[in-house]
Design a protein around this ligand. Structure first.
Ligand code: F6P
Length: 543
């Protein structure tokens, strides 16, 4: 980008335009254009996107698209798909799109086509998943595998666990799946409490295979397994690894023939459609897994080829920038109206916040504008009875994404109609509210009128798909991956590194020996940290 973002004429035009639009009410926008609810929509890759209940006009969209053009979004999309090393601080390509590329596609990294390798790993995963699912893969004592425990954290946990929950409907119910991530021993103990080690397969998932939490849990799992089965040899039948680091996998004691690889051009939070999704593949089977990849790919192709004004991830991203940088909104609520998507928000938190939680631009300059928003939320209708009050009547502007499906996977009496009635009602209420006159006309007592008046004008996106299938999940995740990319490009930041999580890790490594030492350690932290550590050590000595 030639000029800094805020000096771009397109940015300045948006600032000016904001002054004209900021006070506009959605009630007015809808009244002035009776076709708005159909015009401001887009259907792509089988997903219906209604962005009409946003505080914007045709001109806003035009200016936002202009901004996308001048910051070089098109070129950046092409660079990503070509396998250029756009993760500049780590000098890596960013190619999660290659994980779902069809066999005949060619994507070159360092002179080599990576697509055949991707398919070789997928084939290896498929064979293994089928062996576990059919009972052919036996535990050390000859029993079939009835439990699968994925051990990983961050991208090596959130993706597979979110997707397992999302696609539980399609999973093999004869196998129990657990996900252990936290270094808090409670996580491992509770996850394995009712499992028989003889029937349990542990998948140690870690891109680096050096992550403290994962290796600590993996060691405890190995002890648990060896203790029960009475032999170190059991490890080969009960442990497989997913990693890019063959050396560390071997060092841990897992036979590397039972390792499923991936590559440094797959970011952790972009990895669940790589071998990191092995537990998911065992759950839903290789065929369904490939349907999910096809869904990802369809959205990738839409993103790569559609003009910006008809491009779902581009529009979603630009609308987010509009609120984040011009209205000053700090957060985005993710509200899936589907119980299977219970973990979607946790997954998107890492995807978005680890990607775009950056304060310097690609040239290393501190930015003078806001970058990534805070992502939060939970499924409807539960959220309605918890935090929706603040969205409706609080003092903060909270743009929200409502995600719903036409058909339920569990049709049960009136449930789905009731769920979807709330889904539609909430975006309607948020947009249009209830005026003082309407409240008075309802005969509400005077003293209650201000309390029962809804200002409205709260923006929402509605994302509607037919049914939650593996394919649709792939499309949804790809949609958000690319939305994050669009915003990172506008903000001129690197969405693919995560240096911010390093300092905490380094400091924890310094403190570990101080907590474990039997000698009185000389503490050289600040006075608060010193006092806390001393207090903790004292309490531990009294145990
Ligand atoms: O929290 C930092 C992080 O590096 C994430 O980006 C990543 O998903 C997670 O740790 C786990 O890393 P690994 O897969 O290497 O164990």
């Amino acid at each position: 980008m030639s000029l800094p973002l805020k000096q771009q004429p397109a940015w300045k035009a948006l600032e000016e335009h904001y002054q004209k639009v900021r006070a506009l009410h959605l009630r007015t926008l809808f009244a002035e254009d009776p076709t708005r609810g159909e015009r401001f929509t887009l259907e792509a890759a089988g997903i219906y996107f209604d962005y009409s209940k946003n505080r914007l006009t045709t001109e806003t969209l035009h200016l936002l698209q202009q901004l996308a053009e001048v910051v070089g979004l098109r070129q950046r999309i092409d660079a990503m798909f070509r396998g250029e090393k756009i993760n500049s601080t780590e000098r890596r390509a960013v190619l999660h799109i290659a994980l779902r590329a069809p066999k005949d596609q060619v994507i070159i990294v360092d002179g080599e086509n990576v697509v055949p390798e991707v398919h070789a790993v997928l084939d290896k995963m498929s064979i293994f998943a089928d062996r576990v699912r059919s009972g052919e893969w036996k535990g050390f004592s000859g029993k079939r595998i009835r439990n699968v425990v994925n051990i990983g954290i961050g991208g090596s946990d959130l993706g597979p666990s979110m997707a397992y929950d999302a696609l539980k409907h399609y999973s093999d119910r004869a196998i129990t799946f657990r996900f252990v991530s936290n270094v808090d021993g409670t996580d491992f103990v509770e996850a394995t409490r009712d499992l028989d080690p003889e029937e349990t397969l542990c998948i140690v998932s870690s891109k680096t295979f050096t992550t403290l939490e994962t290796l600590t849990n993996a060691r405890s799992a190995r002890d648990w397994c060896v203790r029960a089965l009475g032999s170190e040899e059991a490890v080969a039948r009960h442990f497989v690894a997913v990693s890019t680091n063959e050396q560390e996998v071997a060092k841990f004691g897992i036979d590397t023939t039972n390792m499923f690889g991936f590559w440094d051009w797959v970011g952790g939070r972009y990895s669940y459609d790589s071998a990191i999704g092995l537990s998911l593949m065992i759950a839903i089977g290789p065929e369904r897994f490939r349907e999910m990849l096809a869904g990802f790919h369809e959205m990738d192709e839409h993103f790569r080829t559609a003009p910006f004004e008809r491009n779902l991830p581009v529009l979603l991203g630009l609308i987010g920038v509009w609120y984040n940088n011009f209205f000053g909104a700090e957060t985005v609520a993710i509200l899936p109206y589907d119980q299977y998507l219970e973990r979607l928000c946790a997954y998107l938190q890492q995807l978005d916040m680890e990607s775009n939680g950056k304060h310097v631009d690609l040239e290393g300059r501190v930015v003078d504008y806001q970058t990534g928003p805070i992502i939060w939320g939970q499924p409807g209708t539960n959220g309605q009875h918890a935090f929706f009050q603040l969205i409706h009547q609080g003092t903060k502007l909270i743009p929200s994404d409502f995600i719903g499906f036409n058909k339920s996977l569990n049709p049960l009496g009136r449930h789905h109609d009731l769920l979807m009635a709330s889904f539609f009602a909430q975006t309607e209420a948020l947009a249009f509210g209830k005026t003082e006159e309407e409240v008075i006309a309802d005969g509400v007592a005077d003293f209650q009128v201000p309390h029962r008046t809804f200002e409205g004008n709260h923006p929402t996106n509605t994302i509607l798909a037919d049914q939650l299938t593996p394919e649709v999940l792939g499309k949804l995740v790809a949609l958000y991956e690319h939305k994050v990319f669009v915003q990172g490009t506008i903000w001129n930041i690197n969405s693919f590194d995560q240096w911010g999580v390093e300092l905490g890790k380094v400091l924890a490594n310094r403190i570990i020996p101080e907590l474990e030492s039997t000698q009185e350690a000389i503490l050289q932290h600040d006075s608060s940290t010193n006092a806390l550590i001393r207090r903790y050590r004292q309490a531990r000595r009294q145990e």
